[in-house]
Design a protein around this ligand. Structure first.
Ligand SMILES: NC(=O)c1ccc[n+]([C@@H]2O[C@H](COP(=O)([O-])OP(=O)(O)OC[C@H]3O[C@@H](n4cnc5c(N)ncnc54)[C@H](OP(=O)(O)O)[C@@H]3O)[C@@H](O)[C@H]2O)c1
Length: 330
């Protein structure tokens, strides 16, 4: 029998729990350890998700023997330092999105992966869903003709709390980096970098974008209209429109969902998938496979794509004038 890839989770918040659930259905993966800044929280998490070892500091997990890969699940401003610490200790890393606060930090992470000869990947779960993989195939096959419009939104109402990481600037608050990143990711995946960016942000009282309308324009006429928000529940749909057809990714399109293909005016076919797990298992499966095969990055979510994504986010933030401490070296 093949030995299992041993996982550690760094941080015990909302998404850490989702990954623990996702990992439970991944063949060949064993969730072995968890770390929190507080021993009590680590122990509580380890009991809830049946994890053998609970560490009361991130440093202990990074240095722990018997761990192959660490999933970094802290707020964005900590992604770089947490990931680099794990990699310096010889651990492979899968780090939550956004990969880091800006290009400078992402470059530091990539350099650490190369210097230490370890695997590194951004945990962009949507990239690994069968639905998104099918969307890419359909677009590439020409099923939609020439794709000229992407319309994608992600607005989820969050009760205002200046301390919560959604609104707290010190914790990387703002809709673009947290959820607007999904429409930006999809546009970059399908079309590459835009030639022009127009944005209309609504900056809230904590100095971050509580909502944001974005237009990415391409010199050949393609236009992407994107929206993110913490102050409204929008449709959270994506529409990819071409000269001969269109695709609709229905509500909560960033999760595993069926895909609707419409040809002509009204001929709509729903493409369904046999999804398993809670959706986080797909990225975990990819990491497990890459580690077994001795790869240092994933072909589906390569480091170069993560670098291009953060550069586009930096460019977009520049347009709206949003600067974080990480940008000024504070
Ligand atoms: N892929 C997805 O679907 C998805 C969904 C949601 C979030 N995310 C990403 O995952 C990351 C974490 O989001 P989350 O919603 O899980 O956040 P969360 O519930 O607030 O949890 C973050 C965890 O990070 C640790 N942490 C370390 N320093 C912290 C600090 N100064 N303040 C607060 N927490 C700190 C804490 O764990 P300990 O107290 O145990 O140390 C905390 O539980 C974000 O970067 C976010 O973009 C991804």
């Amino acid at each position: 029998m093949e030995t299992k890839i041993r996982w550690g989770i760094l941080g015990t918040g909302m998404i850490a729990g989702k990954m623990a659930e996702g990992l439970s259905v991944v063949p060949g993966a064993a969730l072995t350890a968890v770390a929190s800044r507080s021993k009590e929280k680590a122990v509580e998490f380890s009991r809830r998700y049946n994890v053998a070892t609970a560490y009361g500091s991130y440093e202990e997990l990074a240095a722990a023997p018997g761990i192959d890969v660490i999933y970094v699940a802290t707020p964005h401003p900590y992604h770089c330092e947490n990931s680099v610490m794990c990699m310096k200790n010889g651990k492979a890393v899968i780090c939550e999105k956004p990969f880091a606060m800006n290009e400078r930090e992402v470059l530091r992470m990539i350099a650490a992966a190369r210097e230490n000869g370890v695997f590194l990947m951004e945990a962009f779960w949507t990239r690994f869903h069968p639905s998104i993989r099918r969307v890419l195939e359909l677009v590439a096959s020409g099923a939609l003709g020439e794709v000229r419009h992407i319309d994608s939104d992600f607005g989820v109402f969050n009760r205002f709390d200046p301390q919560h990481r959604a609104f707290n600037k010190e914790l990387g608050g703002g809709s673009l980096l947290d959820i607007g990143i999904y429409p930006v990711f999809l546009t970059l995946l399908l079309w590459g970098e835009p030639d022009r960016i127009t944005c209309v942000p609504h900056m809230g009282s904590t100095g971050v974008d509580e909502s944001l309308a974005l237009i990415y324009g391409y010199d050949d006429g393609r236009i992407a209209t994107l929206y993110s928000s913490f102050i409204v529940n929008s449709t959270v749909e994506t529409h990819i429109c071409g000269t001969e057809g269109r695709l609709k990714l229905p509500r909560m399109w960033f999760c595993p969902v069926p895909v609707e293909l419409t040809k002509g005016e009204n001929r709509t076919e729903t493409i369904s998938f046999d999804f398993v797990g809670n959706g986080y298992n797909y990225e975990a499966e990819e990491v497990t496979r890459c580690l077994r095969e001795g790869m240092k990055e994933s072909e589906l979510m390569p480091l170069d794509f993560s670098l291009r994504l953060i550069r586009l986010l930096d460019r977009t933030r520049k347009e709206m004038g949003l600067v974080y401490d990480a940008d000024t070296g504070k």
